[in-house]
Design a protein around this ligand. Structure first.
Ligand SMILES: Cc1ncc(COP(=O)(O)O)c(C=O)c1O
Length: 420
């Protein structure tokens, strides 16, 4: 007979939770942000300008922060991907290789251009793009790879760039989650042809909404700037439109907020890093939890998410949904993260089918699986289906006590589950 002490009894079974208080809250702001926003409000200059003002200043500062020569600020990370794809020359029916374990925007940005997302698997240890599988998916129609830095950890850029070089492909880094992420000493974004960021509410730098394209290529930056500014050219006249473009500009109020938020990033980055390293070590000791492996060439991890792999067999066969409920009952905000590989999402299936039918009608070959089963990526399937577990970046802004509570709760849940 097993004797369970009161302290061992899980909160989900009526025991006392490990914690009952909240974690850190988000966003973080103070009078600096208030003043910055008020200053713009009172100036009456709310719209952004190409070279002066808060948005222009932020674009320059953020690009420099990410070790990129050029930055073009715009409305959000989804639009940033579309603009980057257009700026590198992706055209209708071109194929773009992407991982399926990412936010839907990585795929829909491709589809918005009438191009075709082709899926490659992720790596078991890092949850990030598997460059070897990406290479297997290359066809004569492939034009680009989107390397997504999920959770804020740079993917294996050496491997992705090598594949791109062998097949003459463009590389777009989807760095929506990777503010401050770095690969071998250089921040991410402009290590490929172009990179994109998001400043949406949950992101590590945020103004409610916002995005950026960064690059080291001056011509590409000009094209991106033009697309964001209804096809204008910087030195052209107001009604001169040379490219297909949109009005994707940010407001100066967003620019002011972004500058204030960016100033806070280095301290927050350090705190997340410190706490994540503690969790890596401590959670790594718990049977059935395997934190996202960190490639030694990664010199900056933004920790937008803290990810681990859940192995139900070490938890008495109890599935991830049970683990999530048990952890939440203990006061720890665990989430399952992405639960659907993108090739199983109707938004992607239906839109891609539409372009593929057009291609076939025009007698052009296209890569488009008839059913998701035909393009299953087994590692991503498992990550989505029951292995991935996440904590958000806000949780990592806590103190040592918070991190100890996370570990205590996970150990308690695992022991109880394994005991049965
Ligand atoms: C990996 C990834 N790509 C793209 C985006 C899109 O960014 P946004 O929400 O700013 O459009 C996000 C944001 O959620 C993301 O996480």
């Amino acid at each position: 007979m097993t004797v369970t002490s009161k302290a061992d009894r899980l909160a989900i079974d009526g025991g006392t939770p490990v914690r009952d208080g909240p974690f850190a809250t988000w966003p973080v702001w103070d009078e600096t942000d208030e003043q910055a926003v008020l200053e713009v409000l009172r100036s009456g200059k709310w719209g952004s300008h190409a070279t002066t003002g808060k948005v222009a200043e932020f674009a320059e500062k953020f690009a420099a922060f990410q070790d990129a020569k050029h930055g073009v600020a715009l409305t959000n990370g989804t639009a940033a991907l579309e603009v980057a794809l257009r700026a590198v020359g992706i055209a209708p029916l071109d194929e773009v290789i992407i991982p399926p374990y990412t936010f839907v925007a990585t795929a829909t940005a491709v589809l918005a251009l009438g191009a075709i997302p082709v899926f490659c698997d992720i790596r078991e240890d890092t949850f990030l793009i598997d460059a070897a599988d990406a290479e297997r998916k290359v066809t004569p129609r492939t034009k680009a790879i989107i390397a997504v830095h999920v959770a804020g950890q740079p993917c294996d850029l050496d491997a992705v760039l090598a594949v791109a070089k062998r097949h003459n492909l463009k590389v777009i880094e989807d760095a929506a989650q990777a503010h401050g992420g770095a690969w071998k000493g250089t921040k991410v974004g402009a290590l490929g042809d172009a990179g994109t960021f998001s400043f949406q509410s949950s992101k590590n730098v945020n103004a409610g909404e916002g995005g950026m394209v960064v690059t080291n290529d001056a011509e590409l930056a000009e094209r991106a700037w033009s697309i964001v500014n209804v096809g204008r050219v910087r030195d052209g006249s107001w009604y001169q439109h040379e490219l297909m473009g949109w009005n994707l500009r940010l407001t100066e109020i967003q620019g002011a907020l972004l500058l204030a938020q960016l100033a806070r990033l280095p301290e927050q980055y350090e705190r997340r890093e410190h706490n994540a390293l503690f969790l890596d070590w401590e959670l790594g000791q718990i049977p059935g939890l395997r934190p996202q492996a960190r490639d030694e060439r990664v010199t900056g991890h933004a920790h937008h998410l803290y990810m681990a792999r859940y192995d139900a067999s070490q938890f008495g066969g109890k599935d991830r949904a049970w683990f999530q409920k048990a952890m939440q009952a203990e006061g720890i905000p665990v989430s399952p993260g992405y639960t659907t590989p993108l090739y199983r999402m109707n938004a992607v299936i239906n839109e891609r089918r539409k372009w593929a039918e057009l291609a076939r009608a025009a007698g052009r070959e296209v890569t488009c699986a008839a059913t998701p089963e035909e393009e299953v990526c087994p590692v991503a399937e498992r990550a989505c289906g029951g292995e991935g577990v996440w904590l958000g970046q806000v949780t990592l802004l806590g103190d040592e006590r918070d991190m100890v509570d996370i570990v205590t709760a996970a150990a308690k849940v695992q022991k109880a589950a394994a005991r049965g």
